[in-house]
Structure formats: C-alpha cells, structure tokens
Design a protein around this ligand. Structure first.
Ligand code: 1BN
Ligand code: ZN
Length: 378
C-alpha cells in the first residue's frame, strides 16, 4: 500500500516520533516533534521578551528625545548663547542643594551678574523646616522698574536636588537660573510698562521625598510673605520656568496654570512657528507657580517634563550640559519676551483698571481673568 506521509514529515528522522497531523493552518502542518520544539522555545521567548520590549522602548525614547532645536535661528534680544554660558558656570559649582556651600557660591555668582547688569536686588532669607531639620534658604529677588505700579513676576529655582550621586542639574536648576538671569539683563535695558520681579527660588526640590510640606520651600515662603503686603494686589501674573534647556524641547500646557495665561503664552509660541516645542497636549505638575495659583494670582509653569529617553536624565547624574542646548533657552526666551510684551495690554483690555481699583476681591477672582475670544487670543 502507498504510504501517504504528510509532506512536513518527509525526511524527518524516525526518532522524532509518530508522524501524526497535530495542527494545520493553511498549508502548514506541525508534527508532534515540531510542536514540542516550539513549546520548548516558549520559556526562551518569555525570557527575552522583556529585554526586547525595553530595547524597543529605549529606541523609541531615544528617537523621541533627539535634539530638535538645532535649527532654531537666534532672534531678538534674549541671547540663548549667553544664557547657556551661565548654565555652564552654574554647573561648574557642582551639586547645589539648599543649605550647601556650593549654593552659597552660586548665589554670589548670580548676585555679581545682577550687579554687573545694574539690576537691584534683595535677599529673602528664611529658615525652612525640613525632614532633615532646619535649613537656611535664600530667594534672590531682583527688581526692574516700570511705568505703572503693576508687577509681573518671572521666576525659577536655582537649587538642585540633594542626591547620593553626583547630580549637577544642568537642566533641573541650571536652566531656570540661567534663564531668569538673562531675562533680567534684557529687561533692565528697556523702558518697561510694568515692574518686573525676577525671582531665583531656593528650595524647590524636596529634601527627602516630594510632598506638600517637603518641596517648593522658596516659592511657598515668598507667596506667604506676599499675602502680608500691600503689593500682593499689584501682582498681575507669575511666569515660572523649569527644565527649559533640554536639547529636545517639549513644553506641555500645565493644567494647574491659569488657563488664560496658558492661552497667551502658547498663542505667542504658535505665532512664532514653535508648535513643535510648545505642545497642544497637557500635563499636570506641582511647581513654583503653585503657591501663587493658590493665592488666586494668575500663574503659569513652563516646564519640559520629558528629559531624555524614557525621561532617564531627570533627577539622575545624566542631567549634564551636553543634554542641554542654547537653542532651547533661546526658544523659551523669545516666547516669554513676546508674551510679556502683550501682557500689559491684555490686562488693561480684559481685566480693566477700574474693576481692580473698585474691588480688589473681585480682581482675584478667576472669573475676571481675560478670556480668549474677548482678548482675541484663541
Ligand atoms: C521640577 C523639577 N520638579 C522637580 N524638579 C517638580 C516635579 C515634581 C516634576 C514632581 C515632576 C514631578
Ligand atoms: Zn528636580
């Protein structure tokens, strides 16, 4: 009788078992031997799968974190290269946690630069109650005169996170301080419609673990002091920058930030053609703007929350100068300066001086915030 062997089994050694048909998919037929070989590979596949997934995510993360501001042309008075030179000098002080000698040296550097730019400033010293006990902290508050009594605050932190590793915070702590310093130089050379306070916040970082009481020491102290002063009612807006030198820049709309300020800044960015750096999606984070939001003062946080492949450079020893770019500082500087130039007219048109003068309580209400269509911002 003719032997009708399944094709798949032809030529297979007899030791590989009975040639019975086990599974057939299309033209493919598996023998018992082939099935057992396949099932013996399962543990192997299971063991390499996580590595493959990690590799794929890393490649994806790497692709998404490649520098994207390289082609940005220098424009306007904000000098990204000069800010970047400051960032390098800040990093050269090494790790700069609150209360450290390195942060004291950093403060001296910032104050010397402010003096050189003929910007007057004061030191706002306080003792923070932290999980490591009391720590002396100092906000630096520079003031640039303006024609009206209104005040606009631009701030960022200059401390770096206390870490077991050598963490120099080029982006996280370096970029914000360098940015505020460069902005002070630019604004000091102008005749301004409003008063600017440029604030270098100490103690943004948690001493142990981020919580409502272990974080934002400098901005919480500053905001608390502000409530006791007549000046509070004159603070029209607060712009906070954080981690804005990432060579792959991507700033989301931060959801605790005041909506009309987000609209204002992101509209200016869009008009400059910076959609790829100022993104349309949102993220939420607590940062130095939060204490002002809680006081009812319009505030925005411009922060890049994706730093390196899978955010690997954030709060690690990889947060170094090479991961940062002068072009990214340039982009944010140009956008912020444009936003500042339209801000006084937006405040006059949309909130209106008479309302503020009549009822300061009303002024603090978010309902009196400018709304996009009224102000032509959308
Ligand atoms: C920003 C820089 N932050 C800390 N260093 C604030 C933050 C808190 C960012 C939690 C992400 C998560
Ligand atoms: Zn940080």
């Amino acid at each position: 009788m003719k032997n009708h062997k399944p094709e798949a089994s032809q030529g297979a050694p007899a030791s590989q078992g009975k040639k019975i048909r086990l599974r057939q998919r299309g033209n493919l037929t598996l023998t018992e031997g082939a099935a057992s070989r396949a099932s013996s590979r399962l543990p192997l596949i299971a063991s390499v799968l996580p590595a493959v997934v990690v590799l794929a995510l890393s490649v994806l993360g790497y692709i998404q974190s490649r520098p994207n501001t390289a082609g940005v042309a220098s424009q306007g008075p904000f000098d990204g290269q000069r800010a970047f030179a400051d960032l390098r000098r800040l990093v050269a002080f090494g790790p700069r946690p609150s209360g450290s000698v390195a942060l004291e040296r950093t403060r001296e550097f910032i104050m010397a630069e402010l003096r050189a730019a003929s910007v007057s400033f004061s030191e706002d010293k306080f003792t923070a109650a932290t999980p490591m006990g009391p720590i002396s902290m100092t906000n630096i508050v520079a003031e640039i005169p303006g024609a009206s009594p209104s005040i606009v605050i631009i701030g960022g932190h200059y401390d770096t996170k206390r870490m077991a590793t050598h963490f120099v915070g080029a982006n996280d702590g370096g970029s914000s301080a360098a940015f505020v310093l460069e902005l002070a130089r630019v604004l000091a050379k102008r005749h301004n419609k409003v008063i600017y306070w440029l604030v270098f916040f100490d103690g943004e970082e948690a001493i142990r673990r981020w919580s409502a009481t272990d974080s934002l020491y400098g901005s919480r102290h500053f905001a608390a002091e502000l409530t006791t002063q007549e000046t509070k009612s004159r603070v029209e807006a607060v712009i906070v920058v954080d981690m804005i030198a990432d060579a792959h820049l991507g700033i989301h709309r931060e959801t605790h930030s005041t909506p009309w300020l987000n609209d204002l800044v992101f509209t200016q960015a869009r008009q400059l053609g910076y959609h790829q750096y100022f993104l349309s999606s949102s993220k939420t984070v607590d940062d130095d703007h939060q204490p002002f939001v809680e006081l009812g003062i319009p505030a925005i946080d411009l922060i890049d929350l994706n730093y390196g492949p899978l955010n690997l450079y954030w709060h690690t020893r990889f947060d170094t100068v090479e991961k940062c770019s002068p072009r990214s500082l340039q982009v944010v500087g140009t956008v912020v300066l444009r936003a500042l130039s339209v801000l006084p007219s937006v405040l006059d048109t949309c909130i209106g001086t008479p309302v503020r003068k009549l009822d300061p309580q009303l002024r603090d209400s978010q309902s009196l915030a400018p709304v996009g269509p009224v102000c032509g911002l959308r």
